[in-house]
Design a protein around this ligand. Sequence first.
Ligand code: DX5
Ligand code: ZN
Length: 216
Amino acid sequence: MAQMVSPSLLSANFGYLQKDLDMINRSDADWLHIDIMDGTFVPNISFGPPVLKYVAELCNKPLDVHLMVVNPMNYLDAVKSLGARVMNIHYEAEIHLHRAIMKIKESGMMAGVTLNPSTPVCMLKDIIRDLDLVLLMSVNPGFGGQKFIPHTVDKVRELRELIESTSSNALIEVDGGVNVETGKLLADAGSDVLVAGNAVFKAENPEGVISALRTL
Ligand code: DX5
Ligand code: ZN
């Protein structure tokens, strides 16, 4: 089934960021995926609000923000002020998930919950109806260019069943090691949105890869 595509900014060339953002603007990409890290929830740091303010100004695609931080709700206002379309927080980082999801929705953004590879889909049973999106990590978060964890395909299938059996409207997004081959397995299993970093930004024809991922 046709997929939405959210290229991950983490793999862009930060020496020539405008060039990569111009490519994204010209492309068929649906969203731009933004990875925010704090060096504590994940062993890496990416970029924060001062840089993202300019990204938001230069990019004409909706922003799909993925917070890999402890206490993600401390960043609600910062994410909202970027004009983000989606705010994804990790299941493993938020104790009061229901309250957090309600607050994200009240602020006018789509609310997403992200699962690390080791967190089972069944943990979402009592929150799935309240979610706009579930982001399944298909690598351990923190770095671009890692190898796809094949078990994620089973998780997509299981999540699709949970969504259908509860009449939830949540979209299924997958992040990590996604390329045309792994993307095809995910699309066949029932994903809706594919995040792709290296597969897009390191390609000779990034716009072609985005179009190919969209039509899987
Ligand atoms: C990893 C990030 C991903 C990353 C994906 O922690 O959440 O969004 O940029 O990069 P690729 O597609 O190269 O695995
Ligand atoms: Zn991400």
